[in-house]
Design a protein around this ligand. Structure first.
Ligand SMILES: *[C@@H]1O[C@H](CO)[C@@H](O)[C@H](O)[C@H]1NC(C)=O
Ligand SMILES: *[C@@H]1O[C@H](CO)[C@@H](O)[C@H](O)[C@H]1NC(C)=O
Length: 231
């Protein structure tokens, strides 16, 4: 992670988060979503069952998330349906266009769910052009229009994608993603949960072999028939 210079991990904020939790006493109730938040990466878990659920909180405009993504894919491929990978978009407020990028993923999910990950990778590929320094003098509408044009490169018609961006359903879905991350105590990205438990210290520098130290014993163990969310 490169202690202290990471763009997106904000472990220094953890203390503040803990403090706020203590002060506020409990988490406020937010809208309970109709479906489990997030996008299932390896879409075909065997009948929705497997021993391991790996949740990754990703800000599409986070440099560390972009760096860590290839390893997530490698691990997903190594374990197939034994490790169900779910990405939750978690747009950091200090990346000014991150909310648009996260919403774009929900729009893609609505337009054609098999294009969520291709779009996320295309946003990663064009990430620099969406970061604060690159967009200081760009209107929000123009930033959105560039995301629409990325989606159109993937074959989602511009009209469809624009309509998705206009639809309050995708706004709600993106808010829920963000609030879900908050409710799990996420304060930086990427954050990784394995079967719901935060893997403290895991970051984008972890190799597939480091993840294997966690996952190998788990996939060898007998599953308990836990039911995982499907896309
Ligand atoms: C969704 O995208 C995939 C991958 O590009 C494509 O094969 C499929 O035809 C698309 N589905 C629809 C309904 O457009
Ligand atoms: C989206 O909303 C804008 C602003 O209200 C409107 O000009 C545009 O026609 C809408 N696009 C679609 C495809 O609905």
């Amino acid at each position: 992670m490169g202690m202290g210079k990471s763009a997106c991990s904000v472990e220094r904020v953890i203390a503040l988060g803990v403090l706020l939790t203590l002060v506020s006493g409990c988490w406020a109730q937010f809208t309970i979503p109709e479906r489990y938040d997030g996008f299932v990466y390896n879409a075909k878990p065997e009948k929705g069952r497997g021993p391991v659920m790996w949740e990754v909180f990703v800000d599409p405009l986070c440099i560390d998330c972009k760096m860590g993504w290839p390893v997530v894919k490698q691990v997903a491929e190594r374990y197939g349906s034994s490790v169900v990978v779910i990405v939750h978009p978690f747009p950091a407020p200090f990346h000014h266009n991150a909310y648009f990028a996260a919403r774009a993923l929900h729009v893609a999910q609505m337009a054609n769910s098999s294009l969520v990950y291709p779009l996320m990778e295309l946003i990663f590929a064009n990430q620099e052009s969406f970061l604060n320094p690159s967009t200081n003098h760009e209107t929000p509408a123009h930033v959105v229009s560039r995301m629409i044009s990325l989606a159109s490169d993937l074959g989602i018609p511009s009209n469809t994608f624009e309509a998705g961006f206009n639809d309050s359903v995708t706004d709600q879905a993106t808010r829920i993603s963000f609030k879900y991350g908050c409710s799990r105590g996420v304060v930086g990205t990427p954050t990784y949960l394995v079967n719901g438990v935060n893997v403290v210290g895991a970051d984008e520098s972890w190799s597939a072999d480091e993840w294997a130290k966690i996952f190998d014993p788990m996939v060898k163990a007998t599953g308990f028939g836990m039911i995982y969310p499907s896309s």
